[in-house]
Design a protein around this ligand. Structure first.
Ligand SMILES: Nc1ncnc2c1ncn2[C@@H]1O[C@H](COP(=O)(O)OP(=O)(O)OP(=O)(O)O)[C@@H](O)[C@H]1O
Ligand SMILES: [Mg+2]
Length: 254
């Protein structure tokens, strides 16, 4: 771990009243890598994720993005800093079309007026939105309303919208939850390609171990707010503490 991390979490602690959801957590994410954060339900994964995306404020600790402290930044500033996220529960504009949802992602990069963008998108934004929709398999659904898509396609649309800001760091909270095997394979290919061909960094919270073990360069394991292990997929699969706390209990694909 000698290179400069794109993301460094140090001593992160998050308390909700009397509950310590994240307890003195530290880990680093290297640029161009897919880094997974796994662990049992309630371990503090989404809470950590929400601190990075600046939806939650840490009680203690620091989070740096490419060396700069972001704990004083707000969620709205993150797109400009090159950080995009998806939500554990979908948050699409359900009454807008597939194309419009993807275009909205390009808008958050700081494009022109919103109404104008949707009515008459400039060629660059439209082409890029189409390129992403092609990539996630939604190019034939441009005029469909988001809420008319099946669940798997809605998740792919959320991914396309996040990618539309051209993030350096992509934060994904359970992107494979509720997807069929065929859709998970597709997600596997898309994320692997984003990292290997485009140098994108991905922080992935996920329970679907088939995906995590296939695409991750590095895995951090949490349990009850603590980091209990970190390593490559092979190391994590063989780690007794991880098997006891998580992998051994048949939680896969929940
Ligand atoms: N906004 C909140 N207010 C109060 N408690 C919260 C809040 N968000 C999370 N918690 C609590 O913090 C703990 C960690 O929750 P978190 O959502 O981070 O877990 P998780 O690892 O993402 O779990 P899952 O795999 O089920 O999504 C849980 O006990 C949860 O109930
Ligand atoms: Mg969660």
């Amino acid at each position: 771990m000698s290179t400069n991390p794109i993301l460094a979490i140090s001593g992160l602690t998050v308390r909700f009243g009397g509950l310590t959801a994240v307890d003195d957590l530290s880990f680093q994410v290297q640029p161009g890598q897919i880094h997974a954060l796994i662990g049992p339900n309630g371990a503090g994964k989404s809470t950590t994720f929400n601190c990075v995306s600046r939806y939650y404020d840490p009680s203690e600790g620091s989070i740096t993005l490419a060396g700069a402290d972001i704990t004083q930044r707000n969620a709205a500033e993150m797109a400009r800093l090159g950080v995009a996220r998806t939500f554990q529960n979908l948050e699409l504009f359900s009454e807008l079309t597939v194309e419009e949802n993807a275009l909205l992602g390009t808008y958050s990069r700081g494009a022109r007026r919103l109404g104008q963008l949707l009515r008459r998108p400039d060629a660059e934004n439209r082409d890029y939105a189409h390129h992403l929709l092609e990539r996630v398999g939604l190019i034939d659904f441009l005029d469909h309303k988001a809420n008319s898509l099946d669940f798997g396609r809605q998740k792919m649309l959320e991914l396309a919208r996040a990618l539309a800001i051209r993030p350096k760091l992509l934060l994904l909270d359970e992107p494979a939850a509720g997807l069929r095997n065929r859709e998970i394979d597709k997600l596997d290919r898309i994320l692997t390609e984003l990292a290997s061909k485009e140098g994108m960094t991905v922080l992935l919270v996920e329970h679907v171990m088939q995906l995590v073990m296939s695409i991750s360069h590095r895995i951090t394991v949490m349990s009850f707010g603590h980091k209990i292990a970190e390593g490559t997929p092979a190391e994590i699969r063989a780690d007794e503490r991880v098997i006891e706390a998580y992998l051994g209990k048949g939680t896969e694909n929940e």
